[in-house]
Design a protein around this ligand. Structure first.
Ligand SMILES: Nc1ncnc2c1ncn2[C@@H]1O[C@H](COP(=O)(O)OP(=O)(O)OP(=O)(O)O)[C@@H](O)[C@H]1O
Ligand SMILES: [Mg+2]
Length: 315
């Protein structure tokens, strides 16, 4: 599959208050593409504009300027809606309905009925591991069960493109793993998944690409690997009476700096330079007790990109 499930061009949304006095620039000139059959993670602090993008793409709210296409069609068309699924953030279902009844209700809303709907409900409850809770009222569901039921709801119409707004919010680690497994399974069935999430360690595990949004602007986009890759950086644990003088002597030549408890941080351009420094250390009689290669987590990158972008005066 080689087409884009989502394409936005200069997509902009300004909300105005009822009297038009206060304006909120929720999304600014967003250019984004998401390839079919991939999992895309859309990240950003609270209020960055993540939900706004989903609402624009679903036609729940309308762009101020710019345009977007989903599954090859302009978002203004309504027919395309039958091919997408949506799990809203903080969704709530009537507490007096059972899990099975919730799915029956939403299935009927999307035009399904009879045995076909019954079969679909059982199949989805099985997929999200809720079969034995089918007849339990949702008021007795845990957060994790509610999210899994929401996921089943989003899949009722067998969508090609699925929007999930914080699907693992409030879910414990085992529940999150289950949701990750379901998403990976959906991907293997060639579905495209667009995921808004704050849980960066989750996103890191399953997404093909991520976009980082701050104050309505896309500040970075790429694969997790591209984003987290660090130039060669190591943490060394050194022992010897002349460690301090070594660091002082070489800190202008190499990027070496002292940390606490006998550790120092070292940045090198390649393995040759690393070995060169190790030779020098040993030549000085310093013992190298430990070398650990450093890597950024997605969370670290996220925090540094956001604070950089704030410093950069993006308002
Ligand atoms: N209907 C609305 N009317 C006015 N302003 C709105 C409306 N919906 C959202 N906003 C504002 O637009 C900005 C983006 O909101 P949005 O809900 O898209 O953020 P988000 O990235 O999803 O945040 P969160 O992580 O908290 O869910 C915020 O400043 C928000 O207050
Ligand atoms: Mg949101």
């Amino acid at each position: 599959m080689d087409f884009n499930s989502i394409e936005t061009t200069g997509l902009t949304k300004v909300y105005s208050s009822s009297f038009g006095k206060r304006k909120v620039q929720a999304l600014t000139g967003l250019d984004l593409t998401v390839s079919a059959g991939t999992i895309f993670g859309f990240l950003g602090p609270n209020g960055a504009g993540k939900t706004t993008l989903i609402k624009l793409l679903l036609g729940i709210t309308f762009p101020t300027s710019g345009s977007a296409r989903i599954l090859g069609e302009d978002i203004s068309g309504y027919k395309i809606k039958s091919r997408i699924g949506y799990l809203p953030e903080n969704h709530k279902y009537p507490p007096y309905l059972t899990g099975g009844e919730v799915l029956d209700f939403f299935g009927k809303l999307s035009g399904m009925e009879g045995d076909l709907l019954k079969k679909k409900i059982d199949e989805l409850l099985e997929l999200v591991n809720l079969s034995q809770w089918k007849k339990t009222k949702v008021k007795n569901y845990s957060k994790g069960m509610m999210q899994r039921l929401g996921l089943a709801q989003a899949l009722l119409n067998d969508p090609e493109l699925i929007f999930l707004d914080e699907p693992t919010d409030g879910v414990d680690p085992i529940g999150r793993k289950e949701i990750r497994d379901i998403l990976t399974e959906l991907k293997s069935r060639s579905k495209t998944i667009f995921l808004n999430s704050h849980l960066l360690s989750e996103v890191e595990l399953i997404t093909d690409r991520v976009g980082i949004l701050n104050r309505g602007k896309l500040i970075r986009e790429g694969t997790v690997k591209e984003l987290t890759q660090k130039n060669e950086e190591y943490k060394l644990n050194l022992e010897g009476s002349n460690v301090d003088s070594f660091i002082k002597q070489y800190q202008d030549i190499f990027q070496i700096s002292k940390l606490n408890n006998g550790y120092c941080n070292l940045k090198v351009s390649d393995a040759n330079e690393l070995n060169n420094i190790l030779d020098k250390l040993r030549g000085e009689g310093i013992m190298v007790k430990e070398i650990v290669q450093q890597k950024n987590s997605l969370e670290e990158i996220f925090i540094s990109l956001i604070s950089e972008s704030e410093k950069g005066g993006l308002k």
